[in-house]
Design a protein around this ligand. Structure first.
Ligand code: 5AD
Ligand code: SF4
Length: 441
């Protein structure tokens, strides 16, 4: 009898890529993968531990699964990913319904853990590895337009707020040939876009070949393939990498470059290894080499010791750079990190107010930038009908902006030239243009 497995994924793109690896491993072993929660023999959650609210959401969901288990006592429940790694035996001891706990470097052990769980035996595997990259595992992906390809795992930067080095372990890279082979297969299957993925993607290294080499090798596979990457650390944003983006038409003009705080004392306490001025000069260099580059960033409000003056410096950095978009968070203390010992000194209402100010300012800047796009002609890659209306299609520019166009005789994966007609802070609206019109424009 084939046992059926249902997996829910939370958190970052790395977790979604990991779920595809887990699915690849399970399918290989003959398990059936199910998207029906109510009939599955085993339920897994691939979890996130980056902030406390991510964990609370998962506990809430776990209590739903506990109810299912009451009516079906044979149901197996498993926790994968960063919470599994962070909490380990605690998860088993404090949550009677949980049968399996398996961390990000132990997914090859899942079939054995699942078999034992069906025999009534609980199991835990949370060893971190210095070498595991799942380079030989073929991730199981549904057909589509855009694929995420993990090229490195882990992080060695040890930013003082971040739990990732503890939940995902040391940095290690896949082989360049392995990545290129996987992307070739994706192109042959009809994928039109890949995003190379890593916690710190630009510190990729395989036998002397760095991330610029990898990016160029992937871009050379097919000039019609769009190539993206995330997340970059300012420290590893090399001149060669900037040149690679500038020189290759199909490497998208979009960089996600977290700055976290605009104030030097805070950056120092965060162990970010750069100053405000370093960051700003890096942005100037990028813009000088790649004129139409879009930039996005991550920001933390209310890091321990952050003063009102520090916060104002974060706002002024936002004004100075004018990011196209940002992911903005309230600081959340994580056990084991160095910042944990600094206490959580900024009161929650102050954190909340600072975060609001950051969000409001960024929304205004995104809106201004998007409004400046009106009238421009862009090439968009269509992903499918828009979520809001079946009378519209949704696509993306190379600069990663969402564009809505009126419905027409399109197929997902088409590239279409459009003229931007209006904008909000999050979305552009456009109409298709004839090639002749573009040439005249
Ligand atoms: N609290 C708040 N935000 C955090 N991030 C990482 N750790 C924390 C934390 N403890 C944010 C950072 C990082 C993004 C992925 O999550 O901005 O870039
Ligand atoms: Fe966390 Fe810093 Fe590594 Fe990013 S670079 S994963 S924020 S430790």
């Amino acid at each position: 009898m084939h046992r059926s497995i249902y997996i829910e994924t939370y958190g970052c793109q790395m977790n979604f890529a990991d779920t595809e690896i887990v699915n690849g491993i399970l399918r290989e072993q003959g398990y059936e993968l199910s998207d029906d929660l109510d009939t599955a023999d085993a339920i897994f959650m691939n979890t996130c531990a980056i902030r406390d609210n991510a964990e609370q959401r998962i506990y809430g969901r776990l209590s739903n699964f506990e109810h299912l288990k009451k009516s079906n006592p044979h149901l197996v429940i498993g926790i994968l990913g960063c919470m599994a790694e962070r909490l380990r035996t605690d998860l088993l001891e404090k949550n009677a319904s949980v049968d399996i706990v398996c961390g990000p470097d132990e997914y090859r052990k899942l079939p054995a853990l699942i078999d034992a769980a069906f025999e009534g035996e609980k199991g835990i595997r949370t060893q971190l590895s210095r070498v595991e990259t799942y380079d030989d595992i073929v991730p199981l992906r549904t057909e589509g337009i855009s694929a995420w390809v993990a090229v490195m795992r882990g992080c060695d930067k040890f930013c003082t707020f971040c739990v990732v080095p503890f939940t995902r372990g040391r940095e290690r890279s896949r082989s360049l040939d392995g990545v290129v082979g996987e992307v070739r297969d994706l192109v042959a299957r009809g994928f039109r876009e890949v995003t190379l993925l890593g916690q710190n993607v630009n510190s990729y290294l395989d036998e002397g070949r760095d991330f610029a080499d990898l990016l160029v090798a992937v871009a050379a596979i097919d000039p019609a393939l769009r190539v993206r990457f995330t997340t970059s650390h300012p420290q590893d944003m090399s001149d060669r990498l900037i040149a690679a983006i500038a020189q290759h038409e199909n490497i998208c003009n979009y960089i996600h470059l977290p700055f976290q705080s605009g104030s030097d004392p805070v950056l120092e306490a965060m162990n970010r290894t750069y100053t405000r001025e370093h960051y700003l000069s890096l942005v100037r260099k990028i813009r000088a080499s790649i004129p139409h580059i879009a930039l996005s960033t991550d920001i933390i409000a209310g890091f321990p010791g952050e003063t009102e003056e520090d916060h104002q410096l974060t706002l002024s950095l936002l004004e100075e750079v004018r990011f196209d978009g940002a992911y903005m968070f309230k600081y959340s203390p994580r056990e084991k990190t160095r910042a944990w010992k600094m206490g959580d000194t900024v009161p929650d209402d102050v954190k909340g107010r600072r975060l609001e100010e950051i969000i409001d300012l960024q929304r205004r800047i995104s809106y201004d930038i998007n409004r400046e796009q009106v009238g421009r002609v862009e090439t968009i890659l269509l992903e499918g009908p828009s979520k809001r209306s079946d009378q519209e299609w949704m696509g993306r520019t190379g600069t990663n902006k969402t564009v809505i166009v009126p419905r027409s005789d399109y197929q997902a994966g088409d590239t279409v030239q459009v003229r931007i007609t209006s904008a909000t802070s999050a979305t552009l609206f456009a109409t298709p243009v004839e090639t002749a019109q573009v040439e005249a424009a």
